[in-house]
Write a new protein. Structure first.
Length: 222
């Protein structure tokens, strides 16, 4: 068991030391083999890493301008808490961009650590400049008004073919996005940190000329 002084310390440690691949391997070992999101959900700028608690949002496509079109988006962003990661299910919409620079600015001011969307974002140059971790399926310029709307938030969603519940831990890097169910986090995090330590030992032995099979037999990681 690893004790952290705070969730902030836990997430900072995970961001510094862990990878999506290591976490996925540990989840596999615990029988949770469907926790990796689809490979088309990618970081919008190089080096982006996101980790935090899922704050979930559900949207739907619409085909007309409605009164107060941004009400749901504003409510969702204003509901964010420190260490949250917004997780948005658009059902793979290609009609609009849910996210952009000003929403990123507002989310960061609330203490959020990033966003994962199974849809598009825009303002990528500005998001890259501010280094707000954003993972999406693509980029476009079109606004959400008249094209999409938030219908719920703080609810279970399917994002990237993974069921995400509010409070689950979301981790994303260049390899993709993985979800740690809240009920497994106390097992997954220490095992993942242990696995990283063993991988470092294996790497050192391989660099010294050890055979891969011998290193694997000794440490049990690959």
């Amino acid at each position: 068991m690893v004790d952290f002084a705070s969730e902030q310390e836990m997430f900072d440690t995970m961001q510094e030391k862990l990878t999506a691949a290591v976490i996925s391997d540990v989840l596999d070992s615990l029988g949770a083999r469907q926790q990796g999101m689809r490979a088309d959900i990618r970081p919008v700028y190089p080096g982006a890493v996101v980790v935090g608690r899922a704050y979930t949002v559900l949207t739907t496509d619409i085909f007309k301008i409605i009164d107060d079109p941004y009400r749901g988006e504003i409510e969702a962003v204003d509901s964010l808490k420190p260490n949250d990661v917004m997780v948005v299910c658009t059902n793979r919409s290609t009609r609009n961009c849910f996210w952009g620079e000003l929403l990123s600015t507002a989310a960061r001011a609330r203490g959020a650590r990033g966003i994962v969307i199974d849809g598009y974002t825009r303002d990528v140059a500005q998001i890259t400049k501010m280094q707000f971790p954003t993972f999406a399926t693509g980029m476009s310029m079109v606004d959400s008004a008249g094209r999409g709307m938030v219908i719920d938030h703080g609810c279970p969603v399917n994002c990237g073919d993974v069921l995400v519940n509010p409070g689950d831990i979301v981790f994303g890097d260049i390899d993709g996005v993985v979800v740690i169910p809240k009920e497994l986090e106390k097992e997954v995090i220490p095992r993942a940190l242990e696995k990283v330590g063993k991988e470092n030992l294996v790497r050192n032995e391989l660099l010294k000329g050890a055979l891969l099979r011998d290193a694997y037999a000794k440490y049990g990681v690959l």
